[in-house]
Design a protein around this ligand. Structure first.
Ligand SMILES: Cc1cc2nc3c(=O)[nH]c(=O)nc-3n(C[C@H](O)[C@H](O)[C@H](O)COP(=O)(O)OP(=O)(O)OC[C@H]3O[C@@H](n4cnc5c(N)ncnc54)[C@H](O)[C@@H]3O)c2cc1C
Length: 302
C-alpha cells in the first residue's frame, strides 16, 4: 500500500484516517497487532467513499464496532479497518419501529427503547457491543437475540448501499450470513409495546446479574466458546480442570471458566495458545469439539 494512497484517503475523507493503528486500543481484550489503515468514517456517505477508494486500490477491509468479540492476531491487519463509531443515529418511528446506526452502543439502544416502553432486547442489557456488531454476531442473552427484533439492515459494500431483509441474513446461534466485506451502516428493528417501569427493572436486574457472574477484573471478550447443543461451555472447561490455566499474560478466569482474561501484558498469541489448549483438553476428555464464539482475525507474526 503506497504512501500516496493513504494521503489520498486522508485528503478525500471527512473522517479520520490513521496508519499502523494498534488494535489493542480498540478491542476489549487489549491485545492484537496494528491495522495498516484505520478509518473512522464521519458518516455513512463518508463510509461509502472510503469503500469505493479501497475497492479501486484492491485493499481489503474489516468492519469494527466496540471490539468486544474480536481477537486480532499479533501480526495485525494488512488492509483497512473501518471503525463504525460515528454511525450513531437513533430514530424512533411509528409502530415500534426503530432505525439505529451501526456504531450506536447496544446499551444506548436498550436504554432508549426500554424508556419508551419498547420491549425486545432488554435481556441483552450489559452486552458491551455496538448495533452493527450485534447484527454480525446475532448477539443474545436470557432467551432474546438481536435477530428476534431485526427487520432489515442497510449494508455498504463494493457496489454501494443495499437493504437486506433479516431472513436473508439467515441468523443462527451467534452467527449470521453477513458477508465479511459488507459493513452494516444501520438496522431497522421492530419492538413490541410493554410497561416502561417493568422494562427498566428488567434492565437493572440483567446488569446486576452480569456484574455478579462476569466481573472478572481484567480485560476480556466475554464468552470465548459457543455452548455446544444442550451443554455449557464453561462447565466442560471447568470439569476439565482448566480454571486458572495460564499462557503468558492470559489466564482462564477463575470466576467464569468460559472467559479468558488479559492479566496484563498478554499477547494475542497467549490467548490463542489457551484457546488451543482448552479445545484439545476438552476434546480429549469428552469428545466434544468446542467452537470459538469470538471472531479471530489478522495475520500471524512473521
Ligand atoms: C463482558 C462481555 C460480555 C459479553 N456478553 C455477551 C452476551 O451475553 N451475549 C453475546 O451475544 N455476546 C456477548 N459478548 C460479546 C460481544 O459483546 C457481542 O458479540 C457484541 O455483539 C459484539 O459487538 P462489537 O461491536 O463489539 O463487535 P466487534 O467485536 O467489533 O466485531 C465482532 C464481529 O462483527 C463484525 N462487525 C462489527 N461491526 C460490524 C458492522 N457494522 N458491519 C459488519 N460487521 C461488523 C466484525 O468484523 C467482527 O467480525 C460479551 C462481551 C464481553 C466483553
Amino acid at each position: 500500500m503506497t504512501r500516496s494512497f493513504i494521503e489520498k484517503l486522508q485528503r478525500t475523507l471527512a473522517g479520520k484516517v490513521l496508519e499502523n493503528e494498534p488494535l489493542a486500543r480498540h478491542t476489549t481484550w487489549r491485545v492484537g497487532g496494528t491495522a495498516r489503515i484505520f478509518i473512522v468514517p464521519a458518516d455513512h456517505r463518508d463510509l461509502l467513499k472510503a469503500l469505493a477508494l479501497l475497492r479501486e486500490a484492491q485493499v481489503s477491509w474489516l468492519p469494527l464496532g466496540a471490539g468486544s468479540n474480536l481477537l486480532v492476531r499479533d501480526g495485525g491487519i494488512r488492509g483497512a479497518v473501518i471503525h463504525t463509531v460515528a454511525l450513531r443515529e437513533l430514530h424512533m418511528e411509528d409502530g415500534g419501529m426503530v432505525r439505529a446506526g451501526a456504531g450506536l452502543p447496544l446499551m444506548t439502544l436498550i436504554r432508549e427503547t426500554s424508556r419508551r416502553g419498547l420491549a425486545g432486547l432488554e435481556a441483552l442489557a450489559g452486552i458491551p457491543g455496538t448495533v452493527g456488531g450485534a447484527v454480525a454476531m446475532n448477539a443474545g442473552a436470557g432467551g432474546q437475540e438481536l435477530s428476534g427484533v431485526l427487520r432489515s439492515v442497510i449494508l455498504a459494500g463494493e457496489e454501494g448501499e443495499d437493504e437486506w431483509s433479516a431472513e436473508r441474513l439467515n441468523f443462527g446461534y451467534r452467527s449470521s450470513a453477513l458477508p465479511g466485506d459488507k459493513v452494516v451502516t444501520a438496522a431497522h428493528l421492530r419492538f413490541r409495546p410493554a410497561d416502561a417501569a417493568a422494562l427498566a427493572k428488567e434492565v437493572r436486574t440483567r446488569i446486576a446479574l452480569r456484574r455478579d457472574a462476569q466481573s472478572v477484573g481484567a480485560p476480556n471478550a466475554g464468552s470465548v466458546f459457543k455452548n455446544p447443543p444442550g451443554l455449557s461451555a464453561w462447565r466442560l472447561i471447568d470439569e476439565a480442570g482448566l480454571r486458572g490455566l495460564t499462557a503468558g499474560g492470559a489466564m482462564v478466569a477463575q470466576k467464569h471458566a468460559n472467559f479468558i482474561v488479559n492479566r496484563g501484558g498478554a499477547t494475542a498469541g497467549d490467548i490463542l495458545a489457551l484457546i488451543h489448549g482448552i479445545r484439545e483438553k476438552v476434546l480429549k476428555q469428552t469428545g466434544i469439539e468446542l467452537e470459538p464464539e469470538v471472531r479471530i482475525v489478522g495475520e500471524e507474526v512473521s
